[in-house]
Design a protein. Structure first.
Length: 228
């Protein structure tokens, strides 16, 4: 597969690749789909956060034996998670568990209009995203977008643009699987401020905008709404 933009990273972790292979299978149950997404997010999130965060000594603390030690301070210190409804919710718990302190979680609702495949925003609870907002919550230095699939890239690009306008300084997009054209579109939306991390990459899309070979509609598989 030809080269990708420099802000796109594809994991080569062997356990992650094996779990992704299991996730693709039509025989994998909804319960196992949820478990595999959790496990893949943990591995992918560990790799992505190792690149996105830095650590430094913090104030001293004391062990149960009475010895002092320097605590660890993470930078950036202000981090928010933004799952894309609805399937992005499946990635929230494992990613949150990697961070030493619970991060604020904001939600974006975006769907693809079936005939045009263009993104439509139907929900946005980012604080201060409207001029009339009275929220005093600080815009985070790092915003982590959680969306299991990047297909056409329109949804990811729209989310990146919304978060850029919101005022976040950096964006980290975590997806389990992406299609090359869509990943390139998303990566070029704000390349200087965005990094994209993926467990796997497919080369093409079907006429309906689904990844090929892909792993089906993740939301439908998670919430047992196939054939809705």
């Amino acid at each position: 597969m030809s080269s990708l933009p420099p802000n796109v990273h594809i994991s080569t972790h062997p356990c992650l690749q094996a779990k992704l292979s299991q996730l693709r299978s039509t025989s994998t149950t909804a319960r196992d789909v949820k478990t595999l997404i959790n496990e893949i997010t943990l591995i992918l999130g560990t790799e992505a956060l190792a690149s996105a965060l830095t650590s430094s000594p913090g104030p001293t603390d004391t062990t149960p034996l009475g010895f002092t030690y320097p605590t660890t301070h993470l930078s950036p210190s202000t981090i928010s998670l933004v799952p894309i409804l609805r399937s992005g919710l499946s990635m929230v718990d494992p990613l949150s568990s990697l961070l030493p302190h619970p991060p604020p979680i904001h939600h974006l609702g975006l769907f693809r209009e079936p005939s045009t495949l263009l993104p439509v925003e139907y929900y946005n609870n980012l604080p201060n995203h409207l001029s009339s907002s009275s929220s005093s919550e600080k815009t985070p230095d790092l915003t982590i977008v959680l969306d299991p699939v990047i297909a056409t890239g329109g949804t990811s690009a729209a989310a990146i643009q919304t978060l850029k306008e919101w005022g976040t300084k950096r964006i980290l997009v975590l997806s389990i699987l992406g299609a090359k054209p869509g990943v390139e579109l998303a990566a070029n939306e704000w390349p200087e401020g965005t990094e994209i991390w993926l467990a796997g990459l497919d080369a093409e899309l079907t006429e309906r905008g689904m990844l090929k070979p892909g792993m089906g509609d993740v939301g439908d598989r998670l919430f047992l709404t196939i054939g809705k």
